[in-house]
Design a protein around this ligand. Structure first.
Ligand code: UDP
Length: 333
């Protein structure tokens, strides 16, 4: 199949492109490289043994990529490109609307012009907001608590409206829980700019000696060991889910949302211990106050993704830590 992947040089995008190439698909990456390294497409080609086409463009500026998209004639689009830092979104919500919502609308208009009706959208479990019950299924109320989550929900709503107006549209909103890990080759992985906001890249940098110690944001939550519990999912499991979702878009029109998680939760301390075991390093930590906006437990009910796509996560916490550590070690040598 011919597939355009926006943000295909990013963390989840690059792993998905690798699997698409390995499966024999023709891929066009649209990426601004604003938050991705220039050499990612070559690294992906090194793993897959084939190249994707790469077109440098910002999704908010369709005049720069409409011809490239039309020439490529994608049968489907996987749309990852967007901004993803919650703190930054709180400081600059308008920018998040402009890029995440405006950029998506611009892309969808170009898809409509060329009659491309298959879409897989990179959404987030943040669209649920504070869980009213866990595990969280797709019918859980949608009440995002920050501008980042709201921007993701707005795009989902745009897609739902587009689907009502265009009965041929076949779109899947994939709601990721906590993506971690890296490709087992250690050639691609997560490359946060500056101080990582997320737990696993921070822990990896402490293990490496790049940062002194982890701050554990609160040990007084209502969880077994008092620290926050999350549904971490290996990026390779996520990437596989995108291929399954693309298959599902071929089964007929409609718009639906699917959770991507393992259904299994781990605390900050459990993550810390697993990473110590994987890296064979001690990871110093200090308990600090809670991070504003954090919830005690976030956990997916991944049943619907299994029912609809025959997909389920197969990699465990040990796999996640081992692959993240191999990637981290290769980066700052
Ligand atoms: N966390 C932490 N120290 C950090 C980063 C995160 O203790 O430096 C905790 C955080 O409070 C949460 C869990 O680790 O309980 C996962 O946080 P992350 O930012 O990775 O994901 P999210 O909060 O978006 O689920």
């Amino acid at each position: 199949m011919r597939i355009t992947v926006t943000g295909g040089a990013g963390f989840i995008g690059s792993h998905t492109v690798t699997l698409l190439l390995e499966a024999g698909h023709e891929v066009l990456i649209l990426d601004s490289f604003a938050n991705a390294a220039e050499d990612v497409p070559d690294r992906v080609a090194g793993i897959a043994g084939r190249h994707a086409e790469v077109f440098r463009a910002d999704i908010t500026d369709p005049a720069t990529y409409n011809s490239a998209l039309a020439d490529f004639r994608p049968e489907a689009v996987v749309h990852f490109a967007g901004l993803k830092a919650v703190g930054e979104a709180m400081e600059n919500p308008l920018e998040y609307i402009r890029v995440n919502v405006g950029g998506s609308v611009a892309l969808f208009q170009e898809m409509a012009k060329i009659g491309c009706n298959r879409l897989v959208f990179s959404s987030s479990a943040t669209v649920y907001g504070d869980p009213v019950a866990v595990p969280i299924d797709e019918d859980h109320p949608l009440r995002p608590t920050n501008p980042y989550g709201r921007s993701k929900r707005m795009v989902e709503e745009v897609i739902e409206d587009w689907g009502r107006a265009n009965p041929a549209l076949s779109a899947i909103n994939l709601r990721y829980f906590n993506p971690v890990g890296a490709h087992p080759s250690a050639r691609i992985g997560e490359a946060p700019d500056g101080v990582p906001n997320n737990l696993m890249p921070f822990v990896a940098q402490v293990a490496q000696g790049v940062r002194e110690r982890l701050s554990v944001f609160g040990d007084d939550y209502d969880t077994p060991d008092g620290t926050g519990v999350r549904d971490y999912i290996h990026v390779m499991d996520l990437a596989e889910a995108h291929l399954a979702a693309l298959d599902l878009t071929g089964a007929g029109p409609g718009v639906e949302a699917l959770n991507l998680g393992t259904g299994q939760g781990y605390s900050v301390f459990e993550m810390l211990r697993a990473f110590e075991a994987a890296s064979d390093r001690e990871i110093p930590f200090v308990i600090t106050s809670r991070r504003p906006g954090d919830v005690a437990t976030s956990l997916a009910d991944p049943t619907r993704a299994a029912d609809r796509m025959g997909w389920r996560a197969t990699r465990d916490l040990e796999d996640m830590c081992r692959d993240a550590w191999a990637w981290q070690r290769g980066r700052n040598r």
